[in-house]
Design a protein around this ligand. Structure first.
Ligand SMILES: O=C(O)C1=C[C@@H](OP(=O)(O)O)[C@@H](O)[C@H](O)C1
Ligand SMILES: C=C(OP(=O)(O)O)C(=O)O
Length: 437
């Protein structure tokens, strides 16, 4: 039941079971629109995510003069190419989407248009210097409050030069922004990362005909390459599937088969974590090796134990950490999450938010500077939970309701549409009545 912006969820000892095809991957959907707009000619996208963040990306490229027609999850892009874009009328609004804003800063810097990029309250508090610093070193003209750290930012597109840049944070958004700028920067652009972050940009550059080299943790690109429109198929988003993987892993008698879910190795940290905690994970089929790997996997309940999650695996499961924290409350022993300070600069401070909300349910969880320490297993009780306008927090609260004694009330659940518009429908489809003890 939804009352204004409050949704109450209560189940009577449910199990989750069945087959699930989650919506398209958010990161890949953004990039398909971006590259289809930079390239010359026609691009088709199948399996596009109709989430609010990706719809913002479409609106922005329409303002730049690109023709984008959408019929549900099918998109047709016809672009004159980045050099023929028109100066937009009005501001470019990225809404809540960090990916839209940061990648666009790189793209717009190397274009020939002038623009102003804005976002909602949450996005306007998220750091942009990580992107504007290297872009300014490439010669980009970007100005705004706090030396370009926060939106709104004005970008004057123009001549750039290549850079050899060692990233201080492992971030696919920073890496991608620099690579996009590198497409139109004189000479070679090299980006070096401390731990490998999602590589969707690199894979999709190749699909659009660009020559891009990956050598260990370094990615390099020669400028002046003309991209040509192509056909992109977007697999299911493993970050969305993760909520139901966690539910299947922690609820007795549960098992879910995930159809056509993305299995790019830079995103599958959640699978490694589930296996290490003792859940049953079976990879039933795998396809699409050279573009974006995807496949069919089954996750089933089993006895779970606490583990340590740290180091290079963190960028491969960064958006899954809220749901992993909930999962850890049901595992025997202690789970320690470290090296995840990036969580503090997401849609909300996810370390503080997850800890506050899970404590309300009775969890034994403690926030640290760069992560969380969770002791389990703990029976959870219902409570009123805030989403903080953060889709991942909203979905964590809804999945928690599957295991609480008593109802969970979620404040502002509509933010879930940012990445998973049909989340509640798919949740109801998976709920089955469990056996009484
Ligand atoms: O490049 C991307 O599509 C994303 C990268 C990650 O952010 P960072 O690059 O800030 O780690 C992730 O949290 C975000 O949801 C999507
Ligand atoms: C952090 C996220 O997205 P973005 O940075 O694009 O807002 C997310 O989807 O969890």
């Amino acid at each position: 039941m939804t009352v204004g912006e409050l949704k109450t969820i209560q189940f009577d000892k449910p199990v989750v079971a069945g087959s699930l095809k989650v919506p398209g991957d958010k990161s890949i959907s953004h990039r398909a629109i971006m590259l289809g707009s930079i390239a010359t000619g026609k691009t088709t996208v199948k399996g596009f995510l109709e989430g609010e963040d990706c719809l913002r990306t479409i609106d922005i490229f329409r303002q730049l003069g690109v023709s984008i027609e959408r019929n549900g999850t099918d998109v047709l892009i016809e672009s004159p190419g980045i050099h023929q874009w028109k100066t937009p009328v009005g501001e470019l609004y990225a809404g809540n989407s960090g990916t839209t804003a940061r990648l666009l800063l790189g793209i717009l810097s190397g274009s020939s248009v002038n623009s102003v990029l804005t976002g909602d309250d949450s996005l306007s508090k998220r750091p942009m210097k990580r992107v504007t610093n290297p872009l300014q070193a490439m010669g980009a003209s970007i100005s705004g409050a706090s030396e370009g750290d926060f939106l709104p930012l004005s970008i004057k597109g123009g001549a750039l030069k290549g850079i050899d840049y060692e990233m201080p944070v492992a971030s696919a958004q920073v890496k991608s922004a620099i690579l996009f700028a590198g497409l139109n920067a004189e000479g070679i652009t090299v980006v070096r990362e401390s731990a490998i972050s999602r590589d969707h940009t690199e894979r999709m550059f190749k699909q659009f005909g660009a020559n891009i080299q990956q050598d260990g943790n370094a990615v390099s690109l020669q400028s002046g390459q003309e991209l040509k429109g192509t056909d992109v198929v977007v697999p299911g988003d493993i970050s969305s599937a993760a909520f139901f993987m966690a539910a299947a892993a922690m609820i007795k008698g549960s098992s879910i088969k995930f159809i056509d879910v993305g299995l790019n190795p830079t995103r599958t940290g959640i699978i490694k974590v589930l296996e290490k905690m003792g859940a049953s994970v079976e990879i039933l089929e795998q396809y699409g090796e050279n573009e974006e790997p995807y496949g069919i996997i089954r996750v089933s309940n089993s006895q779970l134990k606490g583990i340590v999650i740290e180091g290079d695996i963190i960028p491969t499961l960064i958006d899954e950490l809220p749901i992993i924290a909930l999962l850890a409350t049901q595992a025997e022993g202690v789970t320690i999450i470290k090296d995840a300070e990036e969580l503090r600069v997401k849609e909300t401070d996810r370390i503080a938010a997850v800890t506050n909300e899970l404590i309300k349910l009775g969890a034994e969880i403690e926030a640290t500077e760069d992560g969380m320490i969770i002791k389990g297993p703990t029976p959870l009780k219902g409570s009123n939970l805030k989403s903080y306008g953060d889709h991942r927090l909203g979905m964590m609260a809804a999945i928690a309701a599957l295991i609480t004694e008593g109802p969970v009330e979620i404040e502002n659940p509509s933010c879930i549409a940012i990445s998973y518009p049909n989340f509640f429908e798919q949740l109801s489809d998976l709920i089955k009545k469990g056996e009484d003890e």
